[in-house]
Ligand binder design. Structure first.
Ligand code: PXP
Length: 239
């Protein structure tokens, strides 16, 4: 059964819109864990548009499950990460102009750099995951970096406009997942998953964990954060 990692970035997005201290993503993380999340995920972006360094430091102290830090390979972010030492790091591509992470990390192209940082993070006892497109070459290169997990980018599946397109993208994720397991990597997935499209991805053979943020925060506006997480846990775990 798959597990749910809750991404609390967009609680911080609301806070930053006012530049004050609420709503607090730290409080959201505590509620998410109470509601059955198995991991708390945050993305410390280079421009600090939502999560702040302070959030990361506090979360490392209080998270009871596992703290997964998504990050691009920027010098100042790496420095903070090496000071905090989260349980997991997921290396993601990051561009300032984007609204959210678009596309997976090109591990084939940036192999040497990625491998260097995977080794550095692992040497500090951090589990490393690479956020990649569901593509065999990227999966094989990821394995060669020494990373223990990949997170398959589900954005194309989530953005599919027709049933045929959605089915084709799901098939692509299923095939890529087989490759992930065959090469001996752990299998996570995420991006754009919501209450309507999550179940087929959660049921993929060997799926370990899904990282979901925006749809949970969106639902929380109407039903509360705890209820929104509980409903997603139910869909992801299947009970
Ligand atoms: N996984 C990764 C690597 C991401 O970058 C994001 C977005 O921050 C997510 C999962 C969560 O995506 P969403 O907010 O669309 O659920």
């Amino acid at each position: 059964m798959a597990k749910l990692g809750v991404n609390v970035d967009h609680v911080a997005t609301i806070r930053q819109a006012r530049g004050i201290d609420e709503p607090d993503p730290v409080y959201a993380a505590m509620i998410a864990e109470e509601a059955g999340a198995s991991c708390i995920t945050i993305h410390l972006r280079e421009d600090r548009r939502h999560i702040q360094d302070r959030d990361l430091y506090i979360l490392k102290k209080i998270v009871k499950t596992k703290l997964n830090l998504e990050m691009g390979l920027f010098e100042d972010v790496i420095k903070v990460a090496m000071d905090v030492l989260p349980h997991n790091i997921t290396i993601v591509p990051e561009r300032r102009q984007e609204l959210t992470t678009e596309g997976g990390l090109d591990v084939v192209k940036y192999f040497d750099d990625v491998k260097k940082y995977v080794e550095e993070f692992k040497s500090k006892g951090i589990t490393v995951s690479l956020f990649i497109d569901p593509d065999d070459d990227q999966i094989k290169a990821s394995k060669e970096t020494g990373a223990q997990f990949v997170e398959l980018h589900t954005g194309k599946y989530a953005d599919a406009k027709t049933e045929e397109e959605e089915k084709a993208e799901l098939d692509r994720l299923i095939k890529a997942s087989e490759t992930v397991l065959n090469v001996g990597l752990g299998l996570n997935a995420g991006h754009g998953l919501n209450y309507r499209n999550v179940v087929p991805v959660a049921r993929i053979n060997g799926m370990n964990e899904l990282n979901i943020g925006h749809s949970i925060v969106a639902k929380a506006v109407f039903v509360g954060f705890k209820e929104a997480v509980k409903e997603m846990v139910y869909l992801v775990r299947g009970y």
